[in-house]
Design a binder for this molecule. Structure first.
Ligand SMILES: [Zn+2]
Length: 373
């Protein structure tokens, strides 16, 4: 078994969205194309997803909501090719229900591979994405919350007790936040451009409820934050916290819409920056000796999405520091195959550092590792 396993399937292209919608099947076609350019294509083991049972999706979602989507898909089968609009920007077609079940099941296949299959990490290249989906309704291009279902499956069926979820999508992972808001066994940390869609969540004072107090961290970063700010937030907040929380599993909601070339976000992460963020996750997983499963979320410039997602795969599959170094160099060299060339700063480093400090201060009442000597 390779260090990394990749779970992908052309069936994920069957979830249809309207013309000109940013969340297109082409996103996965582009990732397939970029993978084929690199050695990682031959090096990783690939696994086929399986369809999650509706009862497994019900570990997170209300049964009535799951049934609504199933019935919706049945109705659309009679109206060949037409789509149903579920909210301002979320759509489903006749195949969307089955595709969403397959996306949840893909996470389970990834988890099985790192639990008993001998892999260290899995990358689950799915759509529809999941982190905005609420327990009883779809939201923001998402139908079922793939990563939330995976976290519950991990606890119920794979023996994991403490799960640490990192969400670096440019948007707040609101669906995941609310799914585990009062649960101290799942730590959720979400980086987002702030203020930004969805405008009613994502501030750092939303820090959990009841026994889960202190186990929900939002890192609301100002518009224009680049590699420097994201990496500083990771090093000063996420790394110490994760060591103190000491999870036995790491899950990542990997959105690539905080890339500087993304049309929806205004953040400035480069492809090299995504490689470095991925490296930090890989290093922490190694240090804590725990596996990690990475879920594709957003990313709407097909070029920056596909290059960055494959950068994550290459980092996670690297076997030695020398190999990791080669991967990073390929994104940092001027005129390299990727578009990167340099590490990006922030439009206002001062505002970013101040925000990181505010978050640290707020959470220092819960976590010793965030207290200053
Ligand atoms: Zn997003």
């Amino acid at each position: 078994m390779s260090r990394l396993v990749l779970v992908r399937d052309p069936r994920f292209q069957k979830h249809q969205t309207p013309d000109a919608h940013p969340e297109t099947p082409q996103r996965l076609v582009a990732i397939d194309h970029v993978i084929s350019k690199y050695a990682v294509a031959a090096a990783v083991h690939e696994l086929e997803p399986r369809r999650a049972a509706p009862e497994q999706v019900a570990l997170v979602h209300k049964e009535s909501y799951i049934e609504d989507l199933e019935r919706g898909a049945e109705r659309l089968k009679e109206k060949h090719g037409s789509l149903a609009k579920l909210d301002a920007d979320t759509y489903m077609g006749a195949e969307s229900y089955e595709t969403a079940l397959l996306a949840c099941g893909a996470g389970m296949v990834g988890l099985d591979a790192v639990t008993t299959g001998g892999a260290h990490a899995a990358f689950v290249a799915v759509r529809p994405p999941g982190h905005h989906a609420l327990i009883d309704k779809p939201m923001g291009f998402c139908l079922f919350n793939n990563i939330a279902v995976a976290a519950r499956y991990a606890q119920q069926s794979c023996g994991y007790k403490k799960v640490f979820i990192i969400d670096w999508d440019v948007h707040h992972g609101n669906g995941t936040q609310w799914a585990f808001y009062d649960d101290p066994s799942v730590f959720f940390v979400s980086f987002q451009q702030y203020p930004f869609w969805p405008f009613d969540s994502g501030w750092y004072t939303e820090d959990g409820a009841g026994e889960g107090r202190g186990c929900n961290m939002n890192i609301p970063l100002p518009r224009g934050t680049g590699d420097r700010g994201y990496l500083a937030a990771f090093d000063q907040l996420v790394a110490p916290l994760m060591q103190e929380f000491s999870p036995d599993l790491i899950l990542v909601s990997a959105g690539y819409d905080a890339h500087k070339d993304d049309p929806l976000g205004q953040q400035r992460i480069s492809t090299a920056g995504y490689a470095m963020l991925s490296q930090r996750v890989s290093d922490l997983a190694k240090q804590l000796q725990v596996p990690c499963v990475v879920f594709l979320e957003g990313g709407y410039n097909v070029k920056s999405l596909s290059e960055s997602a494959v950068a994550t795969m290459r980092v996670l599959n690297a076997r030695s520091e020398a190999e990791q170094g080669e991967v990073h160099a390929s994104y940092l060299m001027p005129f390299a195959a990727a578009d990167a060339g340099h590490v990006t700063g922030d439009e206002s480093a001062h505002n970013v550092d101040e925000r990181i400090e505010e978050v640290r201060r707020h959470f220092s009442k819960y976590w010793r590792s965030l207290r200053r000597a």
